[in-house]
Design a protein around this ligand. Structure first.
Ligand code: ADP
Ligand code: MG
Length: 460
């Protein structure tokens, strides 16, 4: 098994977040449940209609290109990709073939071939109960980004990591909701294996590739690639050739299955789209100076948070992967300034706030001002941990009753233990531990020992 080298290249499609479709003013609404309402003669492919370019879609792809460090084209051009299928009302798809919007770039160390723009197809709904097939054209003509990587990925895990990072990037840029389960992001994996040889020259020859489709989750991407690598190796070991084809992924069986022999570019009879003359990017103000609109990117945020020094690797990941949490963390860090307070804030964000969000994804996060206020009171010993938590979860700043205040509790313990306090003042560390122990006991374990320690040191 180890004598074979897997090679993987990914093709990733993402539906772009725009108000209207790619070439008409029908709404681009992926959440519309009623079929065939967001349609017009243009996206239904009626004869005699003409497309107009959606600028926002172009801007989205150019920003993705900038974030990936790719080369942006100077001339916007579209091509026609001709094929017949019921979900393609015009009988062709407007895409980009010769001159993609973005060429090159890298993500997670993987070289990118191109990023281009095209239009999505309609959605086919196949009824297994003899009801035939239905087509919903709401999706027809929705702007679709396609990213193609070079065949330089060498494992299922690396492919999964790349796809996850790209999803995160799309979300950071607000370019796409990129939900794989909803089909807003779709990954196709091209997989081949080749025998490892001593001879370098021979080593550069790739094996025959298979394209795997219908991968609806990152797990499916990784499982399908693993399966396909093993299948191809088994074929070669048995002396049978791997056939170049498109295969589907059966989630339940955990297997890929043959769908069709792969068509090649000439089957599509690509030619320049005659209804859309080329546009000079430089001549459209909105397409220029986009670099200033790129936010801090996932890998930059990861690096910055790691450099703070007090977050574990998985904590950094948790913040980076949740844009809203990241925003809250950054805002509260600015509000609190002192790294000790920020560290406490991070704990509440990562445990309590993130935990609540997992339970209720729609739960509105506390504001940074609220969180900062709670942290200050907690750290000053005015409220204990359960009160801080319930205040964060309820969104209400707890009114602290006098007797509940840790500060008062500490004063009371001092008054009741004057002998111990005298010992502590004389330098006995064990006395301090005793006082903290009393504080924990009186607060029924809810106080933060570190805060008790600070308060005793201050008041004794
Ligand atoms: P096609 O014309 O069949 O679509 P492309 O050359 O456009 O093929 O490549 C499509 C995708 O397949 C790219 O992501 C590319 O990296 C990948 N790819 C190409 N050749 C191989 C190979 N031998 N093994 C694995 N992936 C490959
Ligand atoms: Mg292809």
């Amino acid at each position: 098994m180890n004598n074979y080298q897997p090679t993987i290249g990914l093709e990733i499609h993402a539906e772009l977040k725009t108000r209207t479709k790619m070439f008409c003013d029908s709404a681009n609404d992926p959440n519309e449940k009623l079929p065939n309402v967001n349609v017009c003669p243009i996206c239904l492919g009626h004869p005699g209609t003409l497309p107009t370019i959606n600028k926002q879609a172009i801007i989205n792809v150019l920003r993705v290109g900038l974030a990936l460090g790719g080369q942006l084209t100077e001339r916007l051009e579209f091509d026609r990709k001709n094929y017949f299928y019921p979900d393609l009302p015009k009988g062709y798809q407007i895409s980009q073939y010769k001159n993609p919007l973005v060429a090159g770039g890298t993500l997670n160390g993987v070289a990118i071939t191109r990023v281009h723009l095209e239009e999505d197809t309609a959605r086919s709904i196949h009824n297994d109960d003899g009801g035939g097939s239905l087509i919903d054209f709401n999706r027809a003509g929705v702007p679709l980004l396609e990213l193609v990587t070079e065949p330089v990925i060498s494992s299922a895990k690396q492919a999964g990591d790349f796809a996850r990072e790209f999803q995160l990037l799309l979300r950071y840029l607000g370019a796409s909701a990129a939900n794989m389960e909803k089909g807003e992001m779709r990954v196709e994996a091209n997989v081949s294996v080749r025998l490892k040889t001593e001879n370098e020259k021979e080593n550069e020859k790739f094996g025959v590739k298979v394209e795997v489709k219908n991968l609806n989750s990152f797990r499916a991407v990784e499982r399908a690639i693993d399966y396909e690598v093993k299948r191809q190796i088994k074929m070669l070991e048995a002396g049978k050739p791997v056939i170049q084809e498109t295969r589907g992924w059966d989630e339940n069986k955990g297997k890929t299955f043959s769908q069709r022999q792969k068509e090649s570019a000439h089957d599509y009879r690509y030619f320049p789209e005659p209804d859309l003359p080329p546009v000079q990017i430089g001549a459209v103000p909105e397409f220029n100076n986009l670099a200033g609109t790129i936010p801090e990117l996932p890998w930059q945020k990861r690096k910055r948070l790691t450099q703070l020094g007090f977050l574990q690797k998985q904590d950094v990941e948790q913040i980076v992967n949740d844009f809203a949490l990241a925003e809250l963390f950054d805002q509260v860090a600015v509000a609190l300034e002192k790294s000790e307070l920020v560290k406490t804030a991070a704990n509440f964000i990562l445990n309590d706030i993130a935990g609540q969000r997992r339970k209720k994804p729609d739960w509105p996060l506390p504001t940074s001002a609220h969180l900062a206020e709670v942290i200050r009171r907690y750290q000053a010993g005015e409220i204990a941990s359960p009160q801080a938590k319930s205040s964060l979860l309820s969104g209400v700043i707890t009114k602290v009753a006098k007797t509940e205040s840790l500060s008062d509790l500490v004063s009371k313990i001092i008054a009741d233990n004057l002998k111990v306090v005298a010992d502590f003042r004389a330098g006995k560390q064990a006395a301090l531990q005793y006082l903290i122990g009393q504080g924990m006991k009186e607060s029924k374990g809810t106080a933060n020992p570190k805060i008790l320690e600070d308060l005793f040191k201050k008041k004794c």
